[in-house]
Design a protein around this ligand. Structure first.
Ligand SMILES: [Zn+2]
Length: 270
């Protein structure tokens, strides 16, 4: 957290801009540890930033790193609350918390606007965050390019690969699994040299039935190995499934560096 705060004060270092990933929150559907917000990942380049997901607790946690209205946009992987429910305080902030109301681009799966509109009994609740429904393919948010690919989890779930919009063909990017129960879906997003931010909800447990809709640490590591990723960051690990042991286990499968996501972790990519 301190490293990120210092970076905000001093600006980007000299030289070609690289992607910077900051873990704002990485908890799964529930966590008993204070300060552990759910899924929320800040991706920045050249002073501009986007968020991947915004689960419970993420809005307040984001304040440690970035003033929310300065974001270029938000991308949501799927419709579970631990990936999107803090769009509610974000929208309140954009409308009521600034001298002048602001809007932010939101790219989310079909139905998200309907569901949050129903929750808030206000169909147009997310109109302050305009944007397209996610479809398989590529779109641009400011200086970042996002590739969206369907993954096997809940209805309309996506994983993402993020690169600089101006990236050369072979320039490494960030792949985020979202929530996914089928390793092959994530594997299809990974290019050699990428950083893989992969869910491992089931941690050190043995492979489970595919209908469980989440991955183990071993499966995440196999994706990193088979995709020739440069680095693996495990995230979304349930407390009951040994988060620290999960990183150790993954290191027996994938030869590159393995880290366990934690709030405030900052990783430079490229
Ligand atoms: Zn989910």
């Amino acid at each position: 957290m301190l490293a990120a705060a210092a970076w905000l004060r001093t600006g980007m270092p000299e030289g070609p801009p690289s992607l910077r990933l900051t873990i704002v929150g990485c908890a799964p559907a529930y966590a008993l540890r204070p300060g552990h917000a759910a899924s929320c990942y800040l991706v920045e380049v050249g002073g501009e930033g986007i968020l991947l997901d915004m689960g419970q607790g993420a809005f307040a946690a984001l304040g440690a790193y970035r003033e929310p209205s300065t974001l270029r946009g938000i991308v949501v992987s799927h419709l579970h609350p631990d990936h999107m429910i803090d769009l509610v305080p974000l929208r309140h902030y954009l409308r009521y918390g600034l001298d002048q109301a602001r809007s932010l681009a939101l790219h989310a799966p079909p139905e998200l606007r309907t569901r949050i509109g129903a929750l808030m009994a206000e169909a147009a609740f997310l109109d302050d965050l305009p944007g397209d429904d996610l479809q398989p393919g590529t779109f641009q948010l400011g200086p970042l390019r996002v590739e969206a690919r369907p993954v096997t989890h809940a209805l309309n779930s996506f994983g993402f690969r993020v690169t600089r919009a101006a990236a050369e063909e072979r320039e490494p990017g960030l792949v985020y699994s979202g929530d996914c129960g089928r390793p092959e879906d994530v594997r299809d997003l990974v290019r050699p040299g990428d950083t893989l931010l992969c869910e491992a909800s089931w941690g050190t447990s043995s492979p489970v039935a595919s209908e469980a809709a989440h991955l183990t640490a071993r499966q995440a590591a196999q994706v990193a190995r088979d995709g020739e990723a440069a680095r693996l960051i495990l995230t979304h690990v349930l407390d009951a499934y040994d988060p620290a042991g999960s990183a150790t286990l993954a290191g027996t499968v994938f030869a590159g560096p393995v880290q366990l996501a934690s709030p405030g972790l900052v990783v430079d990519i490229g």
